[in-house]
Design a binder for this molecule. Sequence first.
Ligand code: ADP
Length: 487
Amino acid sequence: MYITLVASECAPVAKVGGLADVVHGLARDLLARKLAVEVYLPMYDCMRYDRIQSLKKCYADLWVPYHERWIRCDVYSGQVDDIPCLFIKPMSAENFFDRGIYYGHDDDTARFAFFSRAVLEYMFKTGRQPDIIHCHDWQAGLVPVLLYEMYQPMGMHHPRVCYTLHNVRHQGLTSPHILNQCGLDPHHLMVPDKLLDNTHPGTVNLMKGGIVYSNFITTVSPRYAEEIKHTDLGHGLQPTLNAHADKFGGVLNGIDYGTWNPEIDDFIPHRFSVDNFAGKFGNKAALRQRLLLQDRFKPIVAVVSRLDQQKGVQLISHSIFYSLANRAQFILLGSASEKSIDDHFRALKHSLNDNPDCHLELGYNEELSHLYYGGADILVIPSAFEPCGLTQIIAMKYGTVPVVRATGGLADTVFDANHSNKPYEERTGFTFMEFDEAALEYALGRAIGLWYKHPRHFHQLRLNGMRKDYSWTQSGAHYLNIYNHIR
Ligand code: ADP
């Protein structure tokens, strides 16, 4: 089978969050199954070029129609951890992907609509007819629309489309003008059962287009699939998802155990495993040294997260003070794209600068994140909502006990030490329901308390988490079933 993935991120070259890990992990799993795989990405100027092997121009002068003119693109090929990738590099005054950041511009919808069109134009001109085009998030939502409205009539009859929703809070809302720009007919598409947004009159919804036109839709956990069909977490897409419920399901994300595995991880100084756990404590010491924390008999509570409202920034702040007041050390690795949130954490960092039990690292640092997972005892994830969440899954693999709000994929993967109805060996952390400080304190308090009072039980929770299998093997098999089904 020949599968192409179309996305705006792929770890480690272009990563903002979990989407990148998923594209990378899924592609590697499919390759391990001996399938032909290609990943299409924009060629951002800010990518990690040092993580691409054999980068070379493979197609010059791809002319892509765009709003009564043509934009010239070059296409580059390269390998990312053995994954064959194709990078689209447009050359026009708009400088779509030479902006120094991945997202956050007023014309983001135009940037990725153009990318979607360019991907199909490239496939068309090079005679590629993949069995499956697997599109991700709103950035690739226009791909199935363009395929079925424009490229199929021109002869691309073969491909079928699987579409994965990683976060429906971001849907790619924009003006119908974008359809003209991409050569589509707004009169035909701006109707309630196609791309017209369900709540904003006269607005195009790119994610809705992806849902309507794809042959199968997934989201990244079973719980989130229910939440977005039946609650406000669908952000207006509930009627569309219900109308297409027969081709919609939740597939839990995996993580790539080639990247996230304390037995082989190059970014932690001490390797460890269930049977050889001592290295964990070596990493804890190394983490303290690196962050200049004092060496005391205390658990380390950590947060590794984008800092935005989804991640529960108020509760993250509260967990700092709660941890410090309850004999724990606290460390954070987080990046905020919103200025007010960035200012808030910078002020906190300043006020806690001299505290030997606390370190706040503001920014994005892939290598350092491995040491956080490898050395911390507890990881807090107090999200307002969480489609899947990877940090709790990574934490468990590294013997770090997650404390999570029971929403979306967090509820599907973390089972409470005291209150779960699962057998004890399947309990892996602490959960809380209400999105407030008291609920967080109750869960985090139990975690810190267990670390002090019942270390053997705490250790058992660590091992339970490490023994869980959240590799791509299972999730990849699910996707393969879906591909076969729609083929
Ligand atoms: P989301 O996609 O909503 O950001 P996920 O939990 O699905 O959340 O994935 C987050 C990914 O990004 C994980 O691999 C996590 O380790 C990584 N990550 C988040 N913040 C940072 C950061 N500041 N530095 C390094 N890695 C980070």
